[in-house]
Design a protein around this ligand. Structure first.
Ligand code: ADP
Ligand code: 5GP
Length: 187
């Protein structure tokens, strides 16, 4: 059986990772998005089991202890992690699995899974990143501040990943990402 592939999409919060991934999933049925677990509270409209598995810190720590997570990280005061089994099952079925995660977790995946295709999404400027985070309208000022501080560190890590994609014009970024994914994944 043809085995699947891990496609890692990382970059700072607000850069457009979720927007890009949603569009990729709409366009390409062979892609599968791993649903993460998190201890952060759901935003209005977010659905448990669709956007995230929303769990409490105790449940998350039990997942860490039982090694049911492929990777996990603490990010701006909450835990985020990738449930192992769904990813392994889909890869076994030959699916191309997208992990949309922050940089610390992305580093762990790159280290442990050598055949991962990794993409780092960059904003056209730091000011635009801040503008997108503020305009998205679903984070408090304190949280936005923490995310921007974290973004300064994360942006320095861009070169560690296979491809750096600037998300300025969304369609242009998507086109570049599709080229990267489909030429790499067909090899
Ligand atoms: P992330 O998942 O990386 O945190 P989102 O996908 O939630 O980021 O995008 C953050 C905000 O930026 C959203 O309001 C989204 O509509 C907007 N956005 C995404 N891509 C672009 C783009 N290329 N140009 C302008 N705004 C964008
Ligand atoms: P948000 O709170 O905006 O949904 O996510 C915050 C950050 O956590 C984003 O950069 C997002 O990509 C990342 N993230 C989401 N799920 C996971 C995960 O399973 N593992 C890790 N390491 N990061 C994640």
């Amino acid at each position: 059986m043809t085995k699947g592939k891990l496609i890692l999409i990382t970059g700072p919060s607000g850069v457009g990772k979720g927007t890009i991934v949603r569009e990729l999933l709409n366009r390409h049925s062979q892609l599968y998005l791993s649903i993460s677990a998190t201890t952060r509270s759901p935003r209005p409209g977010e659905v448990n089991g669709k956007d995230y598995y929303f769990v409490n810190p105790c449940q998350f720590e039990a997942m860490i202890a039982s090694q049911t997570l492929l990777e996990w990280a603490e990010y701006t005061g909450n835990y985020y992690g990738t449930p192992r089994q769904q990813v392994e099952t889909k890869i076994e079925q030959g699916r191309w699995v997208i992990l949309e995660i922050e940089v610390q977790g992305a580093r762990k995946i790159k280290k442990n899974f050598s055949n991962t295709l990794s993409l780092f999404i960059l904003p056209p400027s730091f000011a635009e990143l801040e503008h997108r985070l503020r305009n998205r309208g679903n984070n408090s000022d304190t949280d936005i501040h923490k995310r921007l501080e974290q973004a300064k560190l994360e942006l320095q890590a861009a070169v560690e990943f296979d491809y750096q994609i600037i998300n300025d014009d969304l369609d242009a970024a998507l086109q570049r990402i599709e080229t990267v994914i489909f030429s790499e994944c067909s090899q």
